[in-house]
Design a protein around this ligand. Sequence first.
Ligand SMILES: [Fe+2]
Length: 343
Amino acid sequence: MRKIIIYTFLITIINFISCSSIPKNTELKTEKSDFIIAFGSCNKQSKANILWKEIAKNEPNLWIWGGDNIYADTEDMTKMREDYQELRNQQGYLQLTKNIPVLATWDDHDYGLNDAGIEFTKKKESQELFLDFFDVPKNDSRRKREGIYHSQIFSTKKGSIKVIVLDTRYFRTSLTKAANKRYQPNIFGEGTILGADQWNWLENELKISKTDFTIIVSSIQFLSSEHGFETWGNFPHEIEKMKNLIKKTASKNVLFLSGDRHISEFSRDTIEGLNYPIIDFTSSGLTHSYTSYSGEPNKFRVKEVVKEISFGLLLIDFDKKSIVMQMRGDKNILLQELKQVYP
Ligand SMILES: [Fe+2]
């Protein structure tokens, strides 16, 4: 009898401790997943990133940087190196990435110049610093070619995922200003985002891919374009080229990740002849966001725009062929969720 009383007392104490350790209003992940990808973008190295510990709570298998990983905005490579060092000193980031792989693309602010493309004079030097920060080995292909595009396959017992990281900066034709200070889409089929070499590389990457899912990381949004800021929509022919390539290579279950916008949203479109929809999951604003956002059109949007700081999660289930996409914020609160079951 005494033993039973002690046992009951212990269980009560354990329950109390485990319940009280879950903060109020926090939704923990409900589905068990085979592989979890966490990603985010727009991270001011000088600001405290309160989301690192929240991201870690989800125990991701991989962290992906979506660009603007630091705000360097400089041609001074000493300053850029110091900016990277400031990020390297962040305990939360070090803790999160201590035991998991990290993939990254860059956007304009870590590339070195706001909204810049091919014209940025320090792109070679900036690439070297980027690769140094991510400890890319000296014999890696990215050390020998222009641009930071790259791919990696992650295999589990149940299935595999290919992550294709695009470089939307190094080769991108300079943008055309519009009267309202935003950009004018090039409707005459001129200019490029990826450049010829990267397009050829991408075609081969898609052609040879045998994985269950393909995640394409683009710093700028692939689908949403009505806002007129930086987007693939400034080069409509490049969107068509990408869609045709996905179809031509019969690529299985392609999903886009993007950042840059300081808001997070899901966009969805279809490609004629493709048996699954193309989703562009924009997750932007790790340390700062577009709090004064008052709405913008996006005919592809699904669900609501998140304007507070957030990170993205992909919960991948190989048996169900599904990806649960989540936007999460401070205290790991679930802000939006979209589930896609693939063929
Ligand atoms: Fe950006």
